[in-house]
Design a protein around this ligand. Structure first.
Ligand code: SF4
Length: 249
């Protein structure tokens, strides 16, 4: 299999085969992230994808239902390219019913509603959207390069297209003193466009990142472990989920 640089998949996808269609991150500039610094973003050649599908077909049954497309943010690829890849996958695994991948709000924004509907029909579903928070000041400080208004608009589009999503959130991302504001805005967004799952991680200060510099300069104060737990509890209290939504934290 062609795997280039760091490979990430959500822990719940431990048993799902991973097919690389991009590598590196097309943005690679979030303040807290150093994950793909060693890899230059690119799309995998179709010939590599086909070789990997050939290899997968020797391991997995033709009736395979789920595949996770990696790495970075594969949803950045133009819709026609994603549709071409979906067609190719279905030549090897005709019964596949879920092609999942990471997607940023910017990736969704670059696609029209009509394109998203075509991607939904082509089995793109359960996309992992790295929202982090809906608190505008934190989105700006973390250099996500999209706004809360973008989050509402893009989640509305995938909802209308029939694509389920998984909300990836970061506890402590707004820094000390801003937990309530961050959680309140985030819960409002999530309660409006309900995901299949809410998954939280804790904001870490990675070496060499702009966030580390902000900490050193006193522009960002990391939450204590107790404050992180309090923020998570506050989030759980404010979320209004139905029985089909899971919380992974
Ligand atoms: S957090 Fe995600 S979108 Fe941001 S730089 Fe890292 S991999 Fe790219």
């Amino acid at each position: 299999m062609h795997y280039t640089g760091p490979v990430y998949r959500h822990p719940l996808e431990i048993n799902t085969p991973l097919l690389e269609i991009t590598y590196g991150c097309s943005w690679n500039k979030c303040s807290f992230c150093n994950m793909y610094k060693s890899v230059r973003f690119n799309a995998s050649p179709l010939s590599d994808i086909e070789e990997d599908l050939q290899e997968m077909s020797e391991i997995y049954p033709k009736s395979l239902k789920n595949i996770v497309l990696v790495n970075g943010d594969p949803f950045v690829l133009p819709s026609n390219k994603l549709l071409e890849i979906s067609d190719l996958i279905r030549e090897y695994f005709p019964e596949v019913r879920r092609l999942s991948c990471q997607a940023s709000v910017r990736n969704i924004k670059s696609k029209s509603l009509d394109e998203l509907k075509q991607l939904s029909e082509a089995k793109f579903n359960d996309i992992y959207v790295g929202l982090e928070t809906a608190y505008s000041a934190a989105l700006k400080q973390m250099n996500k390069r999209y706004t809360r208004e973008d989050e509402y608009e893009q989640l509305r589009k995938i909802d209308e297209a029939g694509i389920n999503y998984i909300a990836l959130l970061m506890l402590g991302v707004a820094g000390q003193g801003n937990s309530e504001a961050s959680v309140t805005e985030t819960a409002k967004l999530i309660n409006t466009y309900k995901p299949r799952m809410v998954s939280v991680i804790t904001t870490a200060i990675a070496p060499g990142t702009p966030l580390m510099k902000m900490v050193e300069d006193g522009e960002f104060v990391q939450l204590t472990e107790k404050e992180i737990v309090e923020e998570e509890l506050m989030l759980l209290e404010k979320l209004d989920m139905d029985d089909n939504c899971y919380f992974f934290g």
